[in-house]
Ligand binder design. Structure first.
Ligand code: AHR
Ligand code: AHR
Length: 508
């Protein structure tokens, strides 16, 4: 178990990890992406057919974006929303392009041209080498539409929608495995917002029908933020049909310390969600006890994981959704993203999937211009973790000072410890220990004992540090925040630079 001891100023901090202390496998799907029909994510991000600078392939896909997705080894991509999905008719986005209708888009107040749809997304996923994850419209959409979409994507039978896919040039089914039962159905900003009671009832009905059509699909229940009564209730009612429970959270604060520690709220939310999941499972066991089928119902051992399918740093006032939510990320945000990723590695046992919101232009580490891509500060932690923090999650024990000031959300400081050194560790399949440490302190290097065994050759990757200001960010042609690499023959002490993410990597 990962643990933490708070120490006072002047006491030497330490970080301990061991290849023997394996917590769980890290699901590679935690490095997933999300592309919504919103702002410049699809149009101008994935698909840019009129680009005048030769940046697109024969299909109109941005080649530079594809290269970045490959570099980040994005394993799964959620689509087509987000809030967008609540009025989306997937049928509008297939077939000959000139016949596809333009529709009012009510989530972000625009016009949807439908020039990019299911078949284009599937093709893009193939080119990137990633797996699709589709969200169903539980706003204006009907179960009939949802069944038709699953049939269009997955059926190999001689039936109407499967035949339409064939007629559109796609003989083989796409076999889309991951399907979400709606998105943020609880939100007042949704078209067709619903109550938890109605949603749970519908989710059960939809799941039954969808699994009749394709029993192999994995269904993701629409949760809230993981610490709400919505989450508790829908899990209680729908635990039997839930393969994963979706939660969303965005963090951000103008104060660097509040900004960088706030992803710890997500960790608490994960713990609470797992408690709701176990609570719902206990009820199944309890029912079984009285009907005399103890432990014979396979459902009682069924323990859904969490699908954290929207997470990131976002301030919707600073970067409003209906203006495309284009955030400019600085070093503080990059450190926050690293803490987010530490949360997912530490919580590996409970996380079945996580998809950053979003992959291009909209609250994204990656921005396009007509001339190329800009890798924002937050791109680099994502790159390092996706490359190295794979395999098995290892327990760490950290002794460091803690941040005790105000937080976002406000309840955080009075609920959990907020270490200034935030760490996670992975034992990768190639036999390396990868120790990721964020030194959140803005003005204090941290000399730490026992970070790596003495004498081993350690590769070092640092994002940020003393040369950088906490507000540094990357713009076109000027990359202030990037990765610095070096090598170290380990001694007893290592200095984690102020305001940095450091990844230490050594062979076991
Ligand atoms: O990712 C941006 C938006 O944030 C999504 O559309 C929505 O699901 C969430 O509120
Ligand atoms: O920007 C509109 C909505 O406001 C977003 O979808 C939601 O996350 C936020 O609270």
């Amino acid at each position: 178990m990962t643990s933490y001891t708070q120490i006072k100023e002047g006491v030497e901090p330490s970080i301990f990890t061991s290849p023997k202390h394996v917590i769980a496998d890290i699901n590679p799907l935690i490095y997933g992406g999300f592309t919504e029909h919103m702002g410049r994510c699809i149009y101008g991000g994935l698909y840019d057919p009129t680009n005048a600078n030769g940046l697109v392939d024969e299909r109109g896909f941005r080649k530079d974006v594809i290269e970045c997705m490959k570099e980040l080894q994005v394993p799964v991509v959620r689509y087509p929303g987000g809030n967008f999905v609540a009025t989306y008719r997937w049928q509008d986005g297939v077939g000959p392009r000139e016949k596809r209708p333009k529709r009012p888009e009510l989530a972000w107040n625009g016009i949807e041209s439908n020039q990019f749809g299911t078949d284009e997304f599937m093709e893009w996923c193939t080119v990137v080498g990633t797996e699709p994850y589709l969200a169903l419209n539980m706003g204006t959409g009907t179960l009939e539409d949802a069944l038709a979409w699953v049939e269009y994507c997955n059926s190999d039978k001689d039936t109407y929608w499967a035949n339409l896919r064939r007629a559109n040039g796609h003989e083989k089914p796409y076999n889309v495995k991951y399907w979400a039962l709606g998105n943020e159905v609880w939100g007042p900003w949704q078209v067709e917002q619903d109550t938890k009671e109605n949603y749970a009832k519908r989710a059960n009905q939809w799941a039954k029908a969808l699994k009749l059509l394709d029993p192999s699909i994995i269904l993701i229940l629409c949760g809230k933020n993981g610490h709400s009564d919505w989450d508790r209730y829908v899990l209680q009612e729908c635990i039997r049909i839930t393969d994963m429970h979706s939660i969303h959270m965005y963090t951000s604060d103008p104060n660097h310390y509040a900004n960088a520690t706030s992803p710890r709220a997500a960790e608490r939310a994960i713990e609470m969600t797992m408690a709701f999941i176990d609570l719902a499972r206990c009820d199944i066991d309890y029912e079984n006890y009285f009907t005399g089928v103890i432990n014979t119902n396979p459902k009682s051992s069924h323990r859904p994981t969490i699908c954290f399918d929207e997470w990131n740093v976002w301030n919707p006032v600073r970067a409003p959704g209906d203006k495309g939510a284009e955030e400019l990320y600085n070093l503080s945000d990059a450190l926050a993203v690293a803490v987010w990723l530490n949360v997912f590695v530490r919580q590996a046992k409970n996380i079945g999937m996580a998809t950053i919101a979003q992959s291009v232009n909209v609250i994204s580490p990656l921005m396009t211009t007509d001339r190329g891509v800009i890798k924002q500060s937050t791109y680099w932690p994502l790159y390092l973790y996706s490359k190295y923090m794979r395999g098995k999650s290892l327990a760490t024990h950290v002794c460091s000072e803690a941040y005790t000031g105000t937080t976002f959300p406000g309840w955080l400081a009075s609920t959990v410890d907020l270490p200034l050194l935030d760490a996670s560790a992975a034992l990768s399949d190639d036999g390396h220990i990868n120790l990721a440490v964020v030194n959140i302190a803005e003005h204090q290097d941290m000399e730490v004992s026992s970070a790596a065994p003495e004498g081993v050759r350690v590769q070092i990757f640092v994002v940020g540090g003393g040369e950088n200001n906490i507000r540094d960010h990357n713009i076109e042609g000027k990359e202030k925040v990037a990765i610095k690499e070096s090598v170290w023959s380990a001694t007893n002490k290592f200095v984690f630079e102020k305001r940095s993410l450091t990844l230490l990597r050594w062979k076991v």
